[in-house]
Design a protein around this ligand. Structure first.
Ligand SMILES: [Zn+2]
Length: 270
């Protein structure tokens, strides 16, 4: 009996260790399978975690459990690109159940009950909240940089006619690998980013607004010049994302297309 207990204990400890060490020492970015919405999880080689958006529901909890080590309950940096339901809703459950160390938002004026709930959770849990700005770039862990490229001026308190065009955009940089995440930015915001003169280049681009034809315009693709485009859209979504014009354009440019609606969760491990 005692021997069996020790064996069970050994298996438990080693599987805990194994799950946690799967990607330890590597850089990981996972485009989570949350249906029609965005949720991107990043883990640095030295075990810092970043979550960009939380998708439309608590499905993000199951997805994050698959990529987080079981011993970890910490999100070091949480970023809400903009307060639409398909980005903000899942973050409320995350903030309830995980220890969030700091959060970046834009602070735009927009009503969504989940956004209100998230802000009150930040307040209740005394989570430091920052308004993202293009000059707030910083390093996380030893060798991962978050390079914010939009907004270039503070937009807290501002109302947007189309809140998609208030999306935090950033480049995640690990050694020679760069990933561009721009929320639901559509052409109008893409133009502002192009005109800002910032370096927008990246190896991997998350398609703007779930592969809608209103984003990922030619001039923007020229600037980012990605090798791979990831499209976060849900199977059979009512918007018909990704739009065929975008898929054709990427195909013509010889860019590899990765889609959550076809593949489920998409991971890159460097
Ligand atoms: Zn969206």
């Amino acid at each position: 009996m005692k021997k069996m207990f020790i064996v069970v204990l050994f298996i438990t400890i080693s599987s805990l260790y194994f799950a946690g060490s799967l990607t330890y020492g590597k850089f990981r970015i996972s485009f989570l399978d949350v249906g029609q919405g965005d949720a991107i999880f990043i883990r640095t080689p030295d075990d810092y975690t970043v979550l960009v958006d939380g998708g439309p529901s608590s499905k993000v909890l199951e997805q994050i459990a698959e990529v987080m080590p079981v011993y970890s309950r910490t999100i070091d940096i949480l970023i809400l690109t903009h307060p639409h339901s398909d980005h903000v809703n899942g973050l409320t459950e995350i903030t309830k159940r995980y220890v969030v160390k700091k959060a970046f938002i834009t602070g735009v004026d927009y009503y969504n009950p989940y956004y209100t709930k998230l802000l009150s959770l930040f307040n209740e849990k005394k989570i430091p909240v920052y308004f993202a700005k293009a000059d707030n770039d910083f390093k996380i862990g030893k060798n991962v940089y978050l390079d914010f490229v939009w907004p270039s001026v503070p937009i807290a308190g501002r109302k947007f006619e189309n809140v998609n065009n208030s999306s935090i955009a950033l480049r995640v940089i690990y050694k020679d690998k760069i990933i561009f995440l721009g929320g639901d930015a559509e052409q109008e915001q893409e133009n502002e980013m192009i005109n800002s003169g910032f370096n927008l280049s990246a190896d991997i681009l998350k398609a703007g607004h779930h592969g809608s034809r209103t984003a990922t315009q030619d001039e923007f693709l020229d600037k980012v010049d990605p090798r791979i485009v990831v499209i976060q859209s849900g199977t059979g979504n009512s918007y018909k994302h990704p739009h065929k014009e975008i898929l054709e354009k990427l195909f013509d440019r010889n860019i590899e297309i990765r889609r959550n609606d076809k593949e489920g969760r998409i991971d890159f491990i460097f």
